[in-house]
Design a binder for this molecule. Sequence first.
Ligand code: NAP
Length: 292
Amino acid sequence: MSNPVCIVTGANSGIGEVTATALAKQGATVVMLCRNPAKAEAARQRIVAQTGNPKVDVLLVDFASQAQVRRVAAEFMAKYPRLHVLVNNAGFLAGDQRQTTEDGIEATLAVNHLGYFLLTACLWPVLTATAEHSAVAVRVVNVASEAHRFPVYRFRLDDLQFARRYSGIGAYCASKMANIMFTHQLAQRIQARGLNLTANCLHPGGVASNFGEAASGWFGWVMKLAKPFFISSEQGARTSIYLATSPQVEGVSGRYFNHCRPVAPAKLATDAQATARLWAESERLVGTPFLS
Ligand SMILES: NC(=O)c1ccc[n+]([C@@H]2O[C@H](COP(=O)([O-])OP(=O)(O)OC[C@H]3O[C@@H](n4cnc5c(N)ncnc54)[C@H](OP(=O)(O)O)[C@@H]3O)[C@@H](O)[C@H]2O)c1
């Protein structure tokens, strides 16, 4: 791919920053989608200094706000006519107090799943326009997690927002299940339309980033005790970078990766009916039809 344009969300720390750095090192134009202007600018400067690539830009967005997601996608498309790689990475683990966003949606679902869904939907015009003129497939990479398998929750399509029996870790695990279900459906819909795009997702590993700092209760303790055994953000970003750039995955779509290898996710993550229902519910929650 010559002169690719890439978006990395949540690129001011951890896995996202390392991914953005690797893409910049390879000469790409990298657009960092971040919510905190000071943190984003500091990271942008680190990336430019480390890579010598000045084509690193910041656009501000809080994924908890659907209006901001729509606005940032429009801002991106006004500035950049092409988008070759979209890495949906921004995510968080909420505390044990259930919170809702300005759109009235439980915050974990809103940021971790609907953030990926709505941003991809809003950028679809530029992704498909790029795909039409590209010799290689345009890539969507979604950062998910092995947490989708944790037995601490039940994924309930009839209670995606944890209105009943909320827990921060439960909502997080469900959002990561939703990332894989979204990737599966997206890949199917891309294939049905014969588009020159791929969509894959991944588990980065247990990574000693800023992730989980706000975790409370028993899971907060688990995070604190486990952190010394976690891998670095550099190691954790390997599969994201692999899926965003490697010729080895050219044409591969709809898969879930761990350690740069495709693995089978939990059964539900690729269940045709469940993933289609999640898609329809996501469209309803963001009020935007997408590939339907
Ligand atoms: N660390 C792990 O062990 C692990 C394991 C499996 C999966 N993951 C996944 O990996 C991804 C990256 O996490 P990380 O480990 O690199 O953690 P991190 O260092 O905390 O990075 C998360 C990034 O997401 C951004 N973000 C969070 N909420 C946002 C919002 N509402 N709007 C905009 N940006 C937001 C953060 O911005 P701020 O700096 O402004 O908060 C930060 O840039 C997440 O999707 C996470 O679920 C992590």
